[in-house]
Write a protein that binds this ligand. Structure first.
Ligand code: CP
Ligand code: NVA
Length: 293
């Protein structure tokens, strides 16, 4: 049976820690692994991307594999061919497939109907590869994840959900500050509040994402109004633990969810975080493709 990474909860806690160790090793020696030699990995993008596309494509090449980029509209899927038939054809030609799309159900069906690993490059519900890079960045910054607290401030969206789920699996305390109507479900395991100051108290990392995610454009004005008090600035960072850093999955909107001072300042690890996508995703691909297929 192939292994998948749809939410990240397919990993055990031990596997997650081992994956982060491996990502740090691969960052130190980016050309040390040829785990994907003779391997073709399809990357299907039904939504725009800068970091995910760059990091997967470059990372697969570094591992000796071949990325096959497929944009929205290039597959018969866009003309009504079923997910089931698409999964069967993918399984005959490539060794793994990553998908960026809206519905989580599409990935679940691809995984159920195909014979190859499926990984989530962002859905409306989850962004696990991002959360893996974020945990790697926290480990790199603080040397360990033990005893750390992460505070997410803003829309309770896909990124917030993946941070809550995978942070919880890694043993990191996660708090989410969001306004009424934009809060994450309690089942994700994070501490929920509507007060950013309460969430960031004692936090080692404070985290922002866009106020308007891809697919939420119709409600942009209402979102901007509700989320206005949920901006990461120097004053909010001052309320966190000493030595705390700001994180952001990017793309950023300076002046909205984060100030330019924080985004380009000394107390952020945002640009390292974006680089770490490549290293951690390489470790994930090694794990998925090492499993019996
Ligand atoms: N953070 C992230 O996934 O960025 P892209 O949308 O540019 O891939
Ligand atoms: N929550 C954002 C993340 C972008 C990387 C979105 O889904 O658009």
């Amino acid at each position: 049976m192939p292994r998948h990474l749809l939410t990240g909860l397919e990993l055990s806690a031990d596997e997650l820690h081992a994956l982060l160790d491996r990502a740090i090793e691969l960052k130190a020696a980016p050309h040390s692994s040829t785990a994907l030699r003779d391997t073709v990995v399809a990357l299907i993008f039904e939504k725009p991307s800068t970091r995910t596309r760059l990091s997967f494509e470059a990372g697969i090449v570094e591992l000796g594999g071949h990325p096959m980029l497929l944009r929205s509209g290039e597959l018969q899927l866009s003309r009504g061919e079923s997910v089931k038939d698409t999964a069967r054809i993918l399984s005959r030609h490539v060794q793994a497939v990553g998908v960026r799309t809206g519905p989580d159900e599409l990935l679940e069906e691809l995984a159920a109907e195909g014979d190859i690993p499926v990984f989530n490059m962002l859905t409306a519900g989850h962004h696990p590869c991002q959360a893996l890079a974020d945990l790697m960045t926290m480990r790199e910054t603080f040397g360990t994840l033990e005893g750390l607290k992460l505070a997410y401030v803003g829309d309770g969206n896909n990124v917030a959900r993946s941070l809550a789920l995978l942070g919880g699996l890694a043993g990191v305390e996660v708090a989410v500050a969001a306004p009424d109507g934009y809060q994450l479900e309690a089942e994700c395991g994070a501490t929920l509040t509507d007060d950013p100051a309460e969430a960031v108290a004692g936090a080692h990392a404070i985290y922002a994402d866009v106020w308007v995610s891809m697919g939420d454009e119709d409600t942009a004005a209402a979102r901007r109004a509700a989320l206005e008090p949920y901006r990461i600035d120097d004053a909010l960072l001052d309320r966190a633990a000493p030595g705390a850093v700001a994180l952001h999955c990017l793309p950023a909107h300076p002046g909205e969810e984060i100030t330019a001072e924080v985004l380009y300042g000394e107390r952020q690890r945002i640009w390292d975080q974006a680089e770490n996508r490549r290293h951690v995703q390489k470790a994930m691909l090694e794990l998925l493709l090492a499993a019996p297929r």
